[in-house]
Design a protein around this ligand. Structure first.
Ligand code: MSP
Length: 531
């Protein structure tokens, strides 16, 4: 990415037919960890998330609840979707709602551009539509439903019910873009990742593309087509536009130029919209395509994709109430491979919380500060002669930080945490071996070297773990007296984190409240029972 460009990252915008569950929170959380890391590198960053509020799915839910759609979405956004960001401690720069005027204006401008370039024409659509996934479904992809769906047709793509629609619609000339899209995937091999999604997309496009219906004319909960008030924009086409309307498309060209193109994080279910339709629309409008689209896998609960309709949807609050937002963030980043499906369970979160956080990192931090309190009256001692034991820690810190940084670049936060945990484990091993509590009885100079080394290790950890566990690392930074000594945590750079000897001797070290207090089993059981 050119140095003068911002790192612009987006999440999907979420349907507000219901409250969020941890599957939605997952994409937003991973984006937050990545963008916080890029900020910690000193880059300019723009992180966008938001809500997808138009379309039949939301409309029907509002109607079924006897509420006007606008009132429905206003309430859910304010009471559920925005608070979710606070619950999991997300530092997004912007939040776009598709009912906002800036989105309406920008979307209309984009349509005008498509129309002017002859990418759109009027036609008749007759076929299947799934309101559940807001998707036109081809004849080959529907089959008679079974069980609860008996008597209806369902989509073989995701099992959602489909209905027959015959409408006069506007179409987008998607079929014109087959070769240009294939060229794009070839010339920019990481345009769509991971490989499983890339292969799926390429074979989908190779099979041939049909023009796409992009307006609806049988209901009006949407944005009017600028030249035809009988039509509203098809919700997916309008939703994709959020990525450009939020940064000034059609309203603030300078800002748009500064931020576009973006990196899009999406769940693998919606990779096709982002890696096929969206770049084709941008090509048609004469605009650059996204940098890349990264498709992650499913959170599975009890082996099944978690979703509200299966009643296995867990609200982020339920976990954060027990483990806190930092441990929640750590768990999803460390325990799952970004890009693959992964199972989660209360037992697993509980086990990792105690092994990695309470016993691993938390214990390390509290022992070091307690011993500096006990043997050096809370003042960081100067390190003396460095032996091979210290040198091993110093070298490992430099490689762990560099490896973690490379992992983030490769969109692999779990690898970044694995690297960082090599340092946590090494520091715990170093303390166990050096046993400063024993050495202190006969050699305070040596004790000083051991504890100064451990404190430096904690300093480095606080910097590289701040993007993952911002609250706990702020507490750790405080207890290391680091703000006064070397400046605010936010100003520390990843590239510099592994450089040794930054905390000066004499820095006041205080014992903080336990970073990760132990959690009784009963609390977890209560919460499991509620879920
Ligand atoms: N509104 C569209 C997206 C438009 S983007 C221009 C939509 N919304 S959604 O509410 O259904 O959310 C979809 C996203 O939520 C998925 O792509 C994924 O990022 C996330 N997840 C929803 N359930 C999930 C899991 N069980 N596991 C992981 N992520 C999941 O589609």
């Amino acid at each position: 990415m050119p140095a003068d460009k911002s790192f612009y990252l987006t999440t999907p915008i979420y349907y507000v037919n219901d409250a969020p569950h941890i599957g939605h929170a997952y994409t937003t959380l991973m984006g937050d960890i990545l963008t916080r890391w890029h900020r910690q590198r000193g880059e300019r960053v723009w992180y966008l998330t938001g809500t997808d509020e138009h379309g039949q799915k939301v409309l029907r839910k509002a109607e079924a609840s006897g509420v006007e759609p606008q009132a429905w979405v206003d309430r859910l956004v304010e009471t559920e979707w925005k608070p979710m960001l606070e619950t999991i401690d997300v530092a997004n720069d912007d939040f776009i709602r598709t009912t906002e005027q800036r989105h309406i204006d920008g979307s209309k401008a984009f349509w005008e551009d498509l129309y002017a370039r002859d990418a759109v024409y009027k036609g008749e659509f007759a076929g299947w539509y799934s309101v559940g996934s807001e998707e036109f479904v081809g004849d080959d992809d529907v089959t008679p439903g079974e069980g609860d769906d008996a008597g209806s047709m369902v989509s073989t793509l995701d099992g959602s019910r489909v209905e027959q629609v015959t409408e006069e619609n506007y179409f987008f000339r998607l079929s014109d873009y087959q070769q240009r899209l294939l060229d794009l995937y070839e010339q920019q091999p990481d345009f769509i990742a991971p490989a499983s999604s890339r292969n799926e997309i390429i074979s989908f496009v190779r099979r041939g593309l049909r023009d796409l219906s992009i307006s609806r004319s049988t209901f009006d909960w949407g944005i009017e087509v600028p030249w035809d008030d009988e039509h509203v924009m098809y919700v997916w086409i309008e939703a994709l536009l959020n990525y450009v309307t939020a940064i000034g498309y059609g309203t603030d060209e300078e800002r748009f130029e500064e931020l576009w193109p973006a990196v899009h994080l999406v769940g693998k279910d919606i990779a096709r919209f982002h890696a096929v339709i969206w770049p084709a629309m941008l090509m048609a409008a004469g605009r650059p395509v996204p940098h890349r689209v990264f498709a992650h896998g499913w959170l599975l609960v009890g082996g099944q994709k978690m979703s509200k309709s299966k009643a296995n949807g867990i609200h982020p609050d339920e976990l954060v109430a027990v483990f806190g937002s930092d441990a929640y963030r750590y768990y999803f980043a460390r325990a799952l491979t970004f890009g693959s499906d992964g199972s989660i369970s209360y037992e697993d979160i509980h086990a990792r919380y105690h092994a990695d956080l309470a016993n691993g990192l938390g214990n390390l931090a509290s022992r070091v500060s307690a011993m500096i309190g006990k043997y050096f009256e809370g003042s960081l001692p100067a390190a003396g002669t460095v032996t091979s034991a210290e040198q091993a820690v110093i070298d490992l810190a430099a490689t762990a930080v560099a490896d973690a940084d490379a992992a983030i670049e490769a969109l692999a936060p779990q690898d970044a945490l694995n690297s960082i945990w090599r340092l946590v484990d090494a520091l715990n091993g170093y303390l166990a071996e050096q046993a400063p509590w024993k050495v202190a009885k006969e050699d305070l100079d040596r004790t000083a070297t051991i504890l100064a080394t451990a404190a430096e290790g904690l300093r480095a950890l606080a910097v590289v773990l701040a993007p993952v566990m911002p609250k706990a690392m702020a507490v750790l930074w405080d207890s290391l007296g680091a703000t006064e000594a070397i400046g605010p945590l936010a100003d520390q750079r990843i590239a510099d984190a592994g450089r040794w000897g930054q905390l000066p001797a004499g820095t006041p070290i205080t014992k903080s409240a336990s970073l990760f207090p132990r959690i009784e089993e009963s609390k977890v059981e209560e919460s499991s029972a509620e879920a």
